[in-house]
Design a protein around this ligand. Sequence first.
Ligand code: URA
Length: 264
Amino acid sequence: MESAQDWHSARALLEWQVDLGVTEAICDAPVNRYELVAKQPKPATVKPTGPAVMPGRVAEVEVDYVALAKQAAAGASDLVGLHTALKDFDGCELKKGARNTVFADGNPAARVMVIGEAPGRDEDIAGKPFVGRAGQLLDRMFAAINMGRDAPLSKDAIYITNVMPWRPPQNREPTPQEMAMMVPFVERHVQLVAPEVIILMGNTPCQAVLGKRGITRMRGGWATHWGKPMLPMFHPAYLLRNPAAKRDAWADLLALQSKLRAFI
Ligand code: URA
């Protein structure tokens, strides 16, 4: 019997497909999957001992997508080029299920660059990062220190991107392999924007950029990476679920503000 958990997962997957625009099944005829399972040959129990590739067959080459990502990112000489390189990158399966490649928003001349996790449903539809509820909280947080993505002056401006430009199904966390492919793009993004300070919003960017997680411990503590000061902070989605943690987020925003003042 199906468990309630399976039922909810199946429903969430179906909703995700509907979000992506799926409107109909495309098989000519219904497939009875129970019959297929019954007809499936039993797996062989003997391990092959011969060569992996039959003579005369072409060996399947494993593609090193991290190396390809490094090459593509290094070839981008400006933000338009980097956006194009990401849109053209075919190493990540998540791209196939996404409506948009969510690249960035805000002022590229900003002093502060925010790196989030990945687009959710709203961002996937809009093609912009942090536009849903978490994004609205993020805007209010920065407005509290007189900064924002629409600020025309670089001193007041923030620039926002994500580790992952494509929405993962059911908003799951990107896998380590998916993140590894995106890190070269994120690093090039940081080089091209050249912010003074970087905010890592939540565990995913901490894992991708600093190689460690544990946001409750790491938040509020400055790190230096890629030659830039980086401040891990609680993700606004976490703050929506845990309003008591807003106090810590406020302390981190004040720490950011005094860091920026110290730079001038
Ligand atoms: N959460 C993120 O980390 N990024 C977004 O763009 C939206 C929600």
